[in-house]
Design a protein around this ligand. Structure first.
Ligand code: HPA
Length: 252
């Protein structure tokens, strides 16, 4: 049985190279996950895969049932999650095509179901979330990214998570930059916090697919963004493949 899952984001609704052995649609107390969990083998390792936006990419970031997705993965025995996401680049080093392994999060989302500890009969619980991403998983991803030819890799960063589905204004990005954000995306939260609430190790492989709003003095070119998603996710799959071959993943 596998304990490692990959959550695929925009442009990664199915895993190229994954030898599928079975699919399971898990029932959860929080409703339906985005799609069935796919089990298979990648990079010589057993993994589970879940497409965050659904198998046909119809679920927008603010409508994803993050609670159901994380609960479902936990219920099938997953202990570690690598989350893949397309992001905008805020800092100069995060140019299009760069793979960023963030080490911090600032959450700008609202009105999302964002906790398993929602009162009721259970005592109030506050998890420590000082360092939201797992160190071992981050190291494995960094090594995997550095071992992938021709890739610009940024080994740390602050992932600012916005509500979407619209992209940001230039002023919002200036404010996020002043806050310390280096990349911006829409799905990093509450996913990371929910994983932490269930005690699951979680790390993110972010792929920069556009300069964040206002950063190059022009509107965001959505056609270029779509093309960059397709190229960027090919890089992400290579990084995952290298990462899964990495023995660091055996540490837990
Ligand atoms: N902003 C928010 N989410 C994103 C972006 C962006 O610029 N690019 C890809 N996902």
């Amino acid at each position: 049985m596998t304990t490692l899952a990959i959550i695929g984001g925009t442009g990664l609704t199915r895993m190229e190279g994954l030898t599928v052995t079975r699919r399971e649609m898990v029932k959860t107390p929080y409703g339906a996950p985005s799609c069935p969990i796919v089990f298979g083998e990648l990079g010589g390792r057993q993994v589970a895969f879940l497409a965050r936006h659904g198998s046909t990419h119809r679920i927008p970031p603010h409508r994803i049932n993050y609670c159901a997705n994380i609960w479902a993965l936990n219920s099938v025995g997953i202990k570690r999650i690598i989350a893949v996401g397309a992001v905008g680049g805020i800092c100069e080093t995060c140019s299009v095509g760069t793979v960023v392994i963030p080490d911090q999060i600032i959450d700008y989302t609202y009105a999302r179901e964002n906790t398993f500890f929602d009162g009721g009969n259970d005592p109030v619980e506050h998890i420590d979330f000082s360092f939201p991403y797992d160190g071992n998983l981050r190291s494995a991803l960094i090594d995997g990214a550095l071992a992938t030819d021709g890739l610009n890799v940024v080994e740390q960063g602050v992932y600012g998570v916005t509500q979407g589905p619209r992209l940001e204004t230039a002023a919002e990005i200036r404010r996020m930059a002043a806050d310390g954000c280096t990349i911006v995306g829409m799905t990093g939260m509450p996913e990371a916090a929910l994983a932490a609430e269930l005690g699951l190790a979680y790390a993110c492989c972010a792929v920069v697919v556009n300069p964040a709003a206002g950063n190059n003095g022009q509107k965001i070119d959505t056609a270029a963004l779509t093309a960059a998603i397709s190229t960027g996710m090919k890089s992400a799959v290579k990084v995952l493949d290298r990462t899964l071959q990495n023995t660091v993943l055996d540490v837990r």
